[in-house]
Design a protein around this ligand. Sequence first.
Ligand code: NAP
Length: 475
Amino acid sequence: MATTASEKKLLIAGEWVETGDWVEVRSPYSGETVGRVAKAGAAEARRAVDAAETAMREPLPAHKRAEILVRVAGHLGRRHEEVAQTIAAEAGKPLKAARVEASRAMSTFTFAAVEARKLAGETIPMDASQAGAGKLAFTLRRPIGVVGAISPFNFPLNLVAHKIAPALAAGCAVVLKPASQTPFSALLLAELETEAGLPPGWLNVLVGPASEIGDVLVEDERVRAITFTGSGEVGWKLAERAPRKRVKLELGNATPVIVEADADLDDVSTRLAANAFSFAGQSCISVQRIYVQHGAYDELVSRFVRKVEALVLGDPLDEATDVGPLIDAGSRDRVLEWIEEAREAGAEILTGGTIEEGLIRPTVIANAAPELKVSCEEVFGPVCTIAPYDTLDEAIELANGTRYGLQAGIFTRDLKTALNAVQRLDFGGVTVNEAPTFRADQMPYGGVKDSGNTREGPAYAVRELTEDRLVVIDL
Ligand code: NAP
């Protein structure tokens, strides 16, 4: 058994392990200690890889993997409130959003269980060539091998679920390194996995210095794939350092949304207010750049600002709170500096831009030049920009004017306009009449350009974590 809620051990080879060193976790809101977790280093990381490799020597059949994944979904359902409270406490995510995350993780495990049962290769039509005549050939989908998984702080449960569940569905053992600021949700999930009957070694969880643990995952040849969600700075370096591994990256965005003059402006303003500021903008697809067609601009700005000002700022553990803290003081200072840079460059702060009891008020900025950080970098805070445009061509050019390409959105009642934008927006996903912050867990979710090189969603992740083995039989 793991120890108390506020003191957790690492999971290596089915054992809950202490190291004598601890990582302390503090509430991003109050600064109070949430708890502490045993701290791993390179030695624990090597032991975890040993355990994962040993586990994979005795493969788990697909029906067992599926049963375990379904049981985890059930446990998440039974302990839903505890899970949500854990997310809220360590990440500072408002409870309302934390509950949604807990439910989504159930869905991620459920879909992964389906994929475990469906995993199959294909038959090759051998007599389609002269060379193949007289042969039967088919492929088997084989697990790629030990998977190293690295996850960020902002969805400490469901993004861990998107790493673990598809890997197990694919038949791969996992060495997981969750974000140091939010390890409790991941360790709770590990506890649920063991309760669900996952044998020792299939899931190992390490909390500790990122570079030390990351180096082992990069250097150990037995780790055949690294699945990473986080910042581009870290992700692309990992990919460069491990050219022989499959390194799958889910990275950031500076999410644009286009609002045509014919859109339902009341509906648009409601959706954008919620999706630019939920979890204080700390989502990789948080609405950041809003482009509104002239004619609708003044009305949308007025409706939108009113709804933004109605958002409740406060303690994430309070039921009423919509917007809580950023993950740490460093992030808060950085976001305030970016707002200040915009203000000094002549941009207009329509609302927010101030601190209230330590929290940044949701901030809407007009007339922000494209080269300002709030316009072209990922803010990852409660800030968005809003600007008018004349033609759809202009809006698409503005939306595409970024090194990122995760998701974008358009609001319009005109089908032709919507499909035109869908074809030309250079992003991994485009939403129509929905905020681009939307994600359901079975979707193929991922980016182009600097935003990554893969698609997550259990069906797609399982494909990434398996390899074809060709079998040829002479008849
Ligand atoms: P981060 O700083 O890149 O950290 C992500 C993970 O990488 C953490 O577990 C971190 O560990 C680890 N890490 C840091 N340096 C490492 C190294 N040298 N080697 C190996 N691992 C290392 O990102 P974050 O601040 O947690 O998350 C925010 C970013 O994630 C944003 O850019 C956001 O857009 C992106 N994101 C993308 C998606 C998506 O699906 N596309 C989803 C969510 C978030 P420590 O915590 O120990 O430093």
